[in-house]
Ligand binder design. Structure first.
Ligand code: SF4
Ligand code: SF4
Length: 349
């Protein structure tokens, strides 16, 4: 049966497929501990439905198996750790192209339909793509899609970690595929490179310190203690994946939907600061970046401007401050910082 599923998955454009039992495994039990420490920050969805996250049979009583799927989204473009002009922002790799929720969901539903044709109308198949309380990384690891790296990403030996994960929960009783062994070894590159020390220890991430959380999930002011270390990241962060040796030789995706849209990798900060809400809507239509919302992205662009060292951005920051009170607060911070830089430069001349 697994060979048939593998074949259908390949036909529907899935790069990787694995099968896990729909029951708790070794990672599920860490969830409560992680939540008890408050590491999820404002991601309330992580603390909702904990019982279901701990045991997928509580999500669907008929669940017997979780089929895990992955697609490579790594487009051929530079890494965030490569040198670039300081007045350009950075958008995380997964958000360069179209919103994966739309494209990947279509792929998964196509695969599920093909399975239904093969296994009959009575088979239960629930497609999940960030839509159900499932520990997607844990099940990807149980099913052998990859291992959970010290940076908490799922890493595949050939494709690396720039992969989207999706699941199909089913009542079919399938033979689980073996889990992958951990190939991180003695490497600590991701922990050493994280600018905000968000990876507290191998395999433990405090989301509240992570730039991805700070630029996307956090709706409030960004705590000042992290602003400088955020550099010019304006949406997400790839540093702990970009330094990972397993991503260095991974193949690039040819899928059109994940290729970078114009100006989506390292947009000039000035351009962002001067964007109207309507410009934002048009520019990031069907892009994952729209999740940050206009005021969120403007807030992030202000922090990036403050870290750019480019005092010519001050006039754009003053304009951006009119967008919303939260943007104004971050613009003021950035102006102060750029002003201090200017004073320092004057003193050194
Ligand atoms: S995404 Fe960035 S901030 Fe978050 S853990 Fe990785 S390197 Fe650190
Ligand atoms: S950088 Fe090294 S330690 Fe971190 S996930 Fe990659 S292999 Fe593992």
């Amino acid at each position: 049966m697994n060979d048939r599923i593998k074949h259908l998955a390949g036909e529907h454009g899935l790069d990787l497929i694995g099968v896990a039992k729909a029951e708790p495994g070794k990672y599920n039990k860490h969830l409560r501990e992680w939540l008890d420490k408050g590491f999820e920050g404002e991601m309330a969805y992580m603390s909702n439905n904990v019982e279901k996250r701990e045991d997928p049979r509580k999500l669907e009583p008929w669940a017997k198996t979780i089929i895990c799927a992955a697609v490579n989204y790594s487009a051929d473009a530079p890494y965030s750790i490569d040198p670039r002009p300081s007045n350009q922002g950075w958008i995380a790799r997964y958000a360069w192209g179209d919103d994966y929720h739309d494209a990947f969901k279509k792929t998964l539903f196509g695969f599920a339909d093909a399975m239904r044709e093969d296994f009959g109308e009575d088979v239960q198949l629930k497609v999940c793509l960030d839509t159900a309380p499932i520990l997607d990384r844990a099940y990807a690891a149980y099913s052998g899609i990859g291992w959970l790296g010290k940076n908490t990403c799922v890493i595949h030996r050939k494709l690396g970690s720039f992969i989207f994960l999706g699941e199909i929960v089913t009542n079919l009783e399938l033979e689980p595929t073996p889990a992958e062994t951990d190939h991180c070894g003695t490497c600590t590159a991701c922990i050493d490179a994280c600018p905000t020390d968000a990876i507290l220890e191998p395999y433990v991430l405090d989301s509240r310190r992570c730039i991805s959380y700070l630029t996307i999930e956090l709706r409030d002011n960004i705590p000042e203690e992290f602003r400088e270390d955020m550099g010019t990241h304006i949406f997400g962060c790839d540093i702990c994946q970009d330094v990972c040796p397993w991503n260095r030789k991974s193949p690039r995706t040819q899928r059109l939907e994940y290729q970078p849209r114009p100006g989506s990798v390292a947009p000039p900060i000035k351009e962002l600061l001067e964007m109207s809400e309507e410009d934002f809507r048009q520019r990031f239509r069907k892009s994952p970046v729209k999740r940050a919302k206009y005021s969120g992205l403007m807030r992030n662009a202000c922090v990036a401007a403050g870290n750019s060292g480019d005092a010519s951005l001050i006039s754009s920051l003053k304009k951006a401050a009119e967008a919303a009170p939260i943007v104004a607060e971050h613009a003021e911070w950035a102006i102060r910082k750029l002003g201090q830089n200017d004073l320092k430069n004057d003193a050194n001349e």
